[in-house]
Design a protein. Structure first.
Length: 270
């Protein structure tokens, strides 16, 4: 009579399907981001003429949406298939990518804290470039308007930064009706007005600066953001910790599943 020895090692269904559920959320979110980004580009005609992206000197918010969507879609797909098929290569790719993103976030946070002046200069430069392209892209325009309305600010360091934009520039060569003005999002809202007055910022910078306070926000958005951060430091820290814990949890699940699969393969080899 022959006796056969079977290994007791097996892949944990608990970790396997927990990792699959973890990644299916990322994959679906990635699909949603990609769909939203491609729809926005189709509305702007970018899909039929990709030069519209390279021709924009500022930041196209849709590009960020698409990059986030591609990353989430790729990692979610690798994690889902790797968990279901017990594919070590895909699981290691998922685990390594999440670890890289986590370390990158940590490095950016530390460097931003240590080199605050450099970060401030880069943010100022980015904001000024986006001001130049304010009328060139509707999504960028909506982003700047939302930032200025929410933070009660105008320009990077003040309303005069709108001279960077050819439509709002006070130069005598400009024939724009918006010349020497600011966007409506810089205007102090009137509670009595139910309809937004998009012309409220016209010619405001032709007036004496002492008159600005009653009509527009005079604080720059960089100063407004710097004032906002200390007031909301616990919220920012809480979001960062929550994202970090989710990433660590994903790494733990992937590493545990990889160990189970390797143990089963090693047991089957004997």
């Amino acid at each position: 009579m022959h006796y056969y020895r079977y290994s007791n090692a097996e892949v944990s269904c608990w970790y396997k399907y927990l990792l699959f559920s973890y990644n299916i959320v990322f994959w679906l979110a990635g699909v949603a981001f990609l769909a939203a980004g491609l729809w926005a580009w189709s509305e702007k005609g970018v899909l039929s003429d990709l030069t519209k992206v390279t021709g924009l000197h500022g930041l196209d918010p849709v590009v960020l949406v698409l990059v986030v969507g591609i990353v989430m879609f790729t990692l979610g797909f690798a994690g889902c298939v790797g968990a279901l098929r017990e594919n070590i290569c895909l699981l290691k790719f998922f685990c390594g990518a999440i670890m890289f993103i986590f370390l990158l976030e940590l490095a950016v946070a530390v460097l931003a804290f240590l080199f605050q002046d450099w970060v401030r200069d880069r943010v100022k430069e980015l904001f000024e470039n986006n001001i130049k392209s304010y009328r060139d892209d509707i999504d960028l325009q909506n982003l700047i308007d939302s930032l200025q309305k929410i933070n009660h600010c105008c320009g990077a360091q003040g309303p005069d930064d709108w001279d960077f934009n050819i439509y709002f520039n006070c130069s005598s060569e400009s024939k724009s009706r918006e010349k020497c003005g600011v966007p409506f999002s810089c205007c102090i809202p009137d509670p009595a007005q139910k309809v937004v007055n998009t012309q409220c910022g016209y010619d405001i910078r032709k007036k004496n600066k002492s008159q600005w306070d009653d009509q527009i926000f005079v604080k720059g958005c960089i100063l407004a953001l710097e004032a906002w951060l200390p007031r909301n430091i616990y919220i920012v820290a809480g979001v960062f910790i929550a994202i970090s814990l989710l990433q660590i949890f994903g790494i733990f699940l992937a590493r545990t599943l990889i160990s189970d699969i390797e143990a089963v393969k090693a047991g089957n080899a004997f």
